[in-house]
Design a protein around this ligand. Structure first.
Ligand SMILES: [Fe+2]
Ligand SMILES: [Fe+2]
Length: 140
């Protein structure tokens, strides 16, 4: 399985979230693999994109219910970011469907990877920081 930047740098220090991001990274890897094969099949790429998008939605739901449980103060803003990401990735999926070439698929892959890595390493990391800070407060 190919390792992408989401997997290589995703450690947030919250086990449940890290495991979920690992699974997300694997789905991203499936898309990358579908693009890398010598007998390029647009149907395989489309399937990998649909599955990735479904997993992203499930992951965001899990993350939001977890933020609710811990009373994360930035929950509403973070959930809005999730919604924007879903809309953007859905647009990229449609862009691939309307022009299903390897070049377009690679472009879509790099955009989706950038969006996910950026969100995970910045916005999600803030949640990890909040949990760590609160642990410290209650331990001292
Ligand atoms: Fe996340
Ligand atoms: Fe998130």
């Amino acid at each position: 399985m190919t390792r992408n930047n989401l997997n290589a740098r995703r450690n947030l220090g919250v086990k449940a979230l890290d495991r979920d991001h690992d699974a997300l990274s694997d789905h991203l890897g499936s898309l990358e693999n579908a693009l890398g094969v010598s007998d390029f099949d647009p149907g395989e790429v489309e399937t990998a994109l649909v599955e990735l998008l479904a997993h992203i939605k499930e992951h965001f739901e899990r993350e939001e219910s977890w933020m609710r449980r811990i009373n994360y103060p930035g929950m509403r803003f973070h959930a809005k970011q999730h919604q924007c990401l879903i809309e953007a990735i859905e647009e990229f999926r449609q862009a691939f469907s309307s022009n299903p070439t390897r070049d377009k698929g690679e472009y879509v892959y790099s955009m989706v990877e950038d969006l996910l890595v950026e969100h995970t390493l910045k916005a999600d990391r803030v949640i990890g920081g909040f949990v760590g800070y609160r642990r410290q407060i209650f331990q001292n």
